[in-house]
Design a protein around this ligand. Structure first.
Ligand SMILES: Cc1ncc(COP(=O)(O)O)c(C=O)c1O
Length: 420
C-alpha cells in the first residue's frame, strides 16, 4: 500500500489526468508518465523497449525514403527493411511464405481484409461470443446486408470454446471460421489447434485474431491449420501504433481491397495478383514498420514463452498480494492464475467491485492512485454478455513484458484500500 501515496504526490495538485483538459495540457507528459503505473497493456503496450524508439529514429533519419523495388538505394533500403520485418512476422507466426505477410494499420485492418476479402453472397460464418468488435462488426454488417449467415458460438464456464461445438455448427455453406486466439476480456487462450483440425476437415477457412496472443503465445499457422492470421504491431510485438496486418495462407484467396501504387510495375491497369502487393496499395507506414522490426527482434530474442511466463508471474503476485479479493467479482478463471500458475491465460484479468460501476473504480485508480487500467466493454459486448457484465462491463488490469512486480503490488494495495 505504501507504493501509491508517493506516486500520487508526484502529480502536481489539481491534475486530473482523465478530466482536466487544461491541467492535462499544462503538465509535462513526462511528469504524468513518471507518476503513472500503466496496467493497460492489452490496449497497447507502453512504454516500448528503448530499442524501438532508437531504431525508428535511426532508420527514418538514415533511409526514410518511399520504398520501391526499382528505385534508388534509399528506396531499396526501405524496401529491404520492410521485407525483413515480413520475415520476422512470418517466423513468429510459423508461416512459410513471408511475402504473404501483408501490412496494414492494425489487427482491425487484417480482420477486415480477411472477412471482406473472402466471403461471398450465401456464405455461412462460425464465430463466437468472445470476439472483439473488429470481428463482430464486419460480420454484423454483412449479415444485415443479407450477404452472409452467422452462427455465434457460446463459451463454457471456463470461457473456452469447445472444438466440437465448432464442428457441430458447420453447414455446407460454411466458408469461414473467425475466432480470437486469446480473449481481451477473459484472457483465456482458445484451443486453436483442435479447432483448426476440424475446420480443415470441413474445408472452410480458419481466421484467427492474434491481437492478444502474438508475442506471448507461440503461434504456428502450419501446425494449427490457420489460413488467415490477423495481428497488431502495437501490443505484444512492442511496435508503434499504426502497424499490423494479415498473414495469408496458401489456401486462402483474399480479394484486393485497397488498390493503388505498389512501387513496382505501374503499367498494369489492375492491382497486382501477387502478394504482398495484392493487398497493399499506397505508401506503407515506413516509420511504424521500422519500429515494428525492432519490437519483433526484441520479442524474438526473449521468446514469447518467457514473456508470457513473466506476465503470469506478475498476475499471480497481484492476486496473492490482494487482501480483499473477496470484495471483488473476478472474471476470467482467476483461480487458474493461483492454482494452475496461470495456465491457459494471457496477462490480463477483469473484475468488478460489488455495487460500484467499473468506470468509477478505474477513475479512482487513475486519479487517486495514478494507476491506468481499462473499464467498460473492451470493444467486446458479447463477451460481457457471456460474463453477465453487460452493459457496464468490468475493470481490466493487463500487464506487459516491462511491467514490474512492485507495480502490481501497488495496484493490489490500491484495490484493498478502495475495498475499505
Ligand atoms: C482481441 C482483439 N482483437 C482485435 C483488436 C483490434 O486491434 P487493433 O486496435 O490494433 O486493430 C483488439 C484490440 O484491443 C483485441 O483485443
Amino acid at each position: 500500500m505504501a507504493g501509491h501515496v508517493p506516486l500520487l504526490r508526484r502529480l502536481p495538485s489539481g491534475v486530473n489526468v482523465r478530466n482536466a483538459g487544461d491541467a492535462e495540457a499544462s503538465v509535462p507528459s513526462d511528469t504524468i508518465r513518471a507518476a503513472m503505473i500503466y496496467l493497460d497493456h492489452a490496449a497497447t503496450t507502453f512504454p516500448k523497449p528503448e530499442e524501438v524508439y532508437r531504431d525508428m529514429d535511426a532508420f527514418v533519419r538514415r533511409a526514410g525514403a518511399n520504398p520501391g523495388r526499382g528505385g534508388h538505394r534509399l528506396a531499396q533500403e526501405a524496401e529491404r527493411m520492410i521485407d525483413e520485418t515480413r520475415l520476422l512476422v512470418a517466423r513468429l507466426a510459423g508461416a512459410t511464405r513471408p511475402e504473404r505477410v501483408v501490412f496494414g494499420l492494425n489487427a482491425s485492418d487484417g480482420l477486415n481484409m480477411a472477412i471482406k476479402g473472402t466471403l461471398r453472397t450465401g456464405d455461412h460464418v462460425v464465430t463466437s461470443v468472445l470476439e472483439h468488435n473488429s470481428i463482430n462488426r464486419p460480420l454484423e454488417r454483412l449479415e444485415r446486408d443479407g450477404t452472409i449467415a452467422v452462427t455465434r458460438l457460446g463459451a463454457g464456464p471456463d470461457h473456452r470454446l469447445d472444438p466440437d461445438d465448432v464442428a457441430r455448427a458447420f453447414r455446407p455453406t460454411t466458408r469461414l471460421v473467425a475466432l480470437t486466439h486469446a480473449s481481451n476480456v477473459t484472457g483465456t487462450i482458445q484451443p486453436v489447434a483442435e479447432i483448426g483440425r476440424r475446420v480443415r476437415e470441413h474445408g472452410a477457412l480458419f481466421l484467427v485474431d492474434a491481437a492478444q496472443s502474438a508475442g506471448v503465445v507461440p503461434l504456428d499457422m502450419e501446425r494449427d491449420a490457420i489460413d488467415l492470421l490477423a495481428f497488431t504491431g502495437h501490443k505484444g510485438l512492442y511496435g508503434p501504433t499504426g502497424t499490423g496486418g494479415l498473414l495469408v495462407g496458401e489456401r486462402a484467396d483474399v480479394r484486393p481491397w485497397r488498390e493503388g501504387g505498389t512501387g513496382g510495375d505501374a503499367s498494369r491497369p489492375l492491382q497486382p495478383e501477387e502478394f504482398p502487393h495484392r493487398l497493399e496499395g499506397g505508401t506503407p507506414n515506413v516509420f511504424g514498420i521500422a519500429g515494428l522490426r525492432a519490437g519483433l527482434r526484441w520479442v524474438l530474442e526473449r521468446g514469447p514463452e518467457a514473456i508470457l511466463a513473466h506476465e503470469r508471474r506478475l498476475l499471480r503476485g497481484f492476486l496473492a498480494a490482494l487482501k480483499r479479493a473477496d470484495a471483488f467479482a473476478w472474471y476470467g478463471a482467476d483461480r487458474a492464475l493461483l492454482d494452475r500458475g496461470g495456465e491457459g491465460r494471457v496477462g490480463l484479468v477483469a473484475f468488478n467491485a460489488r455495487g460500484t460501476p467499473p468506470q468509477a473504480i478505474a477513475a479512482a485508480l487513475d486519479e487517486r492512485f495514478g494507476i491506468a487500467v481499462r473499464p467498460g466493454l473492451h470493444c467486446a459486448p458479447h463477451a460481457h454478455r457471456h460474463l453477465e457484465t453487460f452493459p457496464h462491463g468490468a475493470v481490466r488490469i493487463s500487464v506487459g513484458a516491462l511491467t514490474r512486480p512492485e507495480e502490481l503490488e501497488a495496484a493490489a494495495a490500491a484495490l484493498d484500500q478502495l475495498a475499505g
